[in-house]
Ligand binder design. Structure first.
Ligand code: NOJ
Length: 741
């Protein structure tokens, strides 16, 4: 007994009695040969493609000389397989230890073939499709020489003012967790040793999706409880599915910038979540601690980040410039630097870079791997599944009766509107625009008029559009926001349609022709003021390379829409942020505060004149067929703590054609030690059903699904009564109850 205790103590003290993996042994041997400067070099990433690289003092740096000196561990943003190969050759042949460079890039929703923006793919509720999109992205990127993508973005947000909502999976922690995990699986595959898989990167740690007022990079301040309940689950799920790297966020968190936040990076990420890969800062985020006001200079910023165990510095150059002196002065321990560098070497080893530094990339492999027919087909499928039919009065869509179509609007011929943000390797001439898709699917039936630019009138534009509509049977307007106005640094104070587009819509409306709007956008928009002028509304997002074909697939009725919103659509700007999983408050609202200026105010948690409910809620989406949900049964109406609950319901296709339903399970914990959301998504399944077909869906709610951050700060279940709903939107009405004893 005594012996065991002594052994255990010894294991903990020297941290080494557990057998080391091959990768760890390799890294440890290599570390013995490395100088402190070489270690800091591995921990430094640069972006030579952005022009002249500058050091921390703003002086230009000779990148090749640094590579030869073993001072660069990773490079981001190179553009061609040739550049990558050339740089790798220098690192391997001309640096003392020949350690290969790890090349990274933002492969966010595809590499050469662009898939729908991530928020759109989340609306497919199809995890297999999302996993496959990520694996195709990895396949193309790895063929270029890129072995690391800075994706998935796991940031939850209900604020469409924030441009980066386009890169995430929307407002819900459960859906975002599932989507993030599927993306990690897609990028990393079954093994990183496969040279078509790449490292994924969970970002932006943490809570980057909650900047004040939706303004990018802004302050984030919330309770730890809110963070754990709403924001942490997707990062955790992605880490649990094996993500190899994590990126810190730009924001501060509880008043400490994330890149120097040792609670986030040590206590939570390493100790609690058990993350064992490496952490990279966001772009110059270490340096930005000076602007945040928590570091007086770069030296202090470098020390803070190193002491928080942030393994790799993206671009600021701080580690290389100040690391050695910080060790000499005893501010940072060399042992910790060694362990950070070790994390990076292990990742390189797992990728097989030490066996063959050129196993990723090569011009030949690249040419053979991109734009494969079957991969383009997958992009078209997922684009189709991502689009959400929001309105379809009198079954106006599909256009399957030979109608003459006037195709109108600023985005009709715009490849950029198909692609969205983060498309470094895009080819406009491989992108199928809406007019291309329509002309190929509806030959001889389409006339085109631009009408206006995205934000400005064009001379004679409205008159042309009206003429085109007059001559057609139906007007199809492609409206929304330009692809480049979503993503990073793209916050907006209004998400309404720009005025010139409103004017265009209203003029076309007055022709009396039925009006279909295809909404191209990277964020939810506030459409209440125009919705009555629209008979049918198909949300197409920025659907990617195959966008035009995918849109025509749905408009023609060749396929039925099956997307459901991953983010609520507000009525108006003032309602933002609006989410389905809000809390009830002490004065839950059942109406608006004032119906007219002379009616009596109601003292509830609501707005004067505007309802709390969004225009279209989370989970919502129509189809060309109809689905009904019934026979909900809680198969285990009473369970003990620690036991799972089984619930089922029947889904039937009661319409006139085949289609896909998304069955969604929502839960509410009725009385708990802390306030709980009125509904929380806890399961979903996408089902393809033939006309007249019915199927039972069964969901299992595990104790983990019921867990939350309790009053005592434990993340665990509580006994009590619960309500559940199953349906195809977050306002599903079919309900049941169960009790946890
Ligand atoms: C800044 C962005 O916040 C991050 O998402 C991205 O991966 C890096 N730049 C690298 O481009």
């Amino acid at each position: 007994m005594k012996k065991t205790v002594i052994l255990l103590v010894c294991a903990t003290l020297i941290g080494g009695c557990t057998p080391r993996s091959e990768a760890e042994r390799f890294a440890d041997n290599l570390l013995k040969k490395m100088t402190l400067r070489e270690k800091l070099g591995q921990m430094s990433q640069f972006a030579p493609s952005t022009g002249v690289v500058t050091g921390p003092d703003g002086d230009p740096i000779d990148v090749y000389a640094m590579i030869k000196a073993g001072e660069i561990g990773s490079v981001l943003n190179l553009k061609t397989p040739q550049e990558i190969e050339h740089m790798q050759r220098i690192a391997v042949d001309s640096s003392r230890l020949g350690i290969p460079i790890l090349f990274g890039h933002d492969i966010i929703h595809g590499c050469k073939i662009i898939f729908p923006i991530n928020l759109a793919s989340a609306c497919s509720w199809n995890l297999d499709a999302v996993r496959k999109s990520a694996s195709i992205a990895a396949y193309e990127a790895s063929a270029m020489g890129i072995a690391w993508t800075f994706s998935p973005m796991c940031d939850v947000s209900a604020d469409p003012r924030w441009g980066r909502v386009s890169e995430g999976a929307g407002e819900d922690p459960y859906l975002t967790a599932k989507m993030s995990a599927a993306m990690v699986e897609g990028y990393q595959g079954a093994s990183l040793a496969d040279s078509s898989t790449i490292l994924s990167c969970v970002k932006h740690f943490a809570a980057y999706g909650a900047p004040e007022a939706g303004r990018d990079y802004n302050t984030v301040d919330m309770s730890e409880r809110m963070f754990r309940d709403r924001y942490l689950p997707p990062y955790k799920a992605a880490i649990e599915s094996g993500a190899a790297t994590v990126m810190t966020s730009f924001n501060d968190f509880d008043a400490i910038p994330a890149s120097g936040n040792d609670w986030l990076l040590k206590t939570l990420l390493r100790d609690e979540l058990g993350f064992d890969g490496f952490v990279v800062s966001d772009y110059r985020a270490i340096e930005e601690m000076m602007a945040h006001g928590t570091a007086a200079d770069m030296n202090e910023a470098a020390g803070t980040a190193l002491n928080a165990n942030l393994d790799m510095d993206m671009v600021s150059g701080a580690y290389l410039a100040y690391g050695e002196a910080l060790v000499e002065e005893g501010i940072v321990s060399e042992k910790e630097i060694e362990s950070m560098c070790r994390n990076i070497l292990i990742a390189k080893y797992k990728l097989g870079l030490f066996d063959d530094p050129f196993r990723y990339g090569g011009a030949d492999r690249f040419d053979k791997s991109i734009y494969k027919e079957e991969n383009l087909e997958s992009a078209r499928e997922v684009a189709r599944e991502s689009m959400v039919l929001l309105k379809n009065d009198s079954g106006l869509l599909p256009l399957d009766s030979g109608e003459r179509i006037a195709l109108i609007g600023p985005f009709v011929s715009s490849p950029r509107a198909m692609l969205g943000s983060w498309t470094a390797f895009r080819d406009f001439d491989r992108t199928v625009t809406v007019d291309m898709g329509f002309k190929s699917r509806f030959p001889g039936r389409v006339s085109v008029a631009k009408g206006c630019d995205a934000f400005d009138d064009i001379e004679g534009g409205i008159a042309d559009a009206v003429r085109a509509a007059d001559k057609a049977d139906v007007a199809v307007l492609v409206l929304g926001l330009p692809g480049e106005l979503s993503g990073e640094a793209a916050s907006m104070t209004s998400v309404e349609l720009p005025d010139c587009q409103k004017k265009l819509l209203s003029a076309v409306r007055q022709t009396g022709k039925p009006v279909i709007v295809l909404l191209a956008t990277g964020r939810p928009m506030a459409l209440e003021s125009v919705i009555d002028d629209i008979d049918a509304l198909l949300l197409v997002w920025h659907p990617g390379t195959m966008g035009g074909h995918a849109i025509a697939d749905l408009v023609s009725g060749d396929f039925s829409p099956s997307g459901h919103l991953a983010m609520s659509f507000p009525r108006c700007d003032g309602q933002i942020p609006v989410r389905y999983n809000y809390k009830n408050t002490g004065r839950p609202a059942d109406g608006v505060g004032l119906r007219s200026t002379n009616s009596r105010k109601i003292y509830q948690s609501c707005y004067l004149f505007t309802p709390n409910a969004p225009l279209y809620p989370f989970g919502y989406g129509l189809s060309y067929t109809e689905f009904s949900f019934d026979s909900l049964e809680v198969l285990t109406p009473e369970v003990a703590l620690g036991e799972s609950v089984r619930i089922r319901a029947r889904v039937s296709n009661v319409g006139n054609r085949e289609g896909a339903a998304v069955a969604q399970l929502y839960m509410r914990d009725l009385v708990a030690s802390t306030t709980r959301p009125v509904r929380e998504l806890k399961g979903f399944e996408k089902l393809f059903l033939k006309k007249g077909e019915s199927r039972f869906v069964e969901f299992v709610l595990t104790p983990d699904d019921m867990a939350f951050c309790r009053k005592d700060m434990e993340f665990a279940q509580e006994p009590g009564e619960f309500k559940v709903w199953i349906g195809d939107s977050s306002d599903a009405a079919l309900e049941g109850v169960f009790v946890v004893k």
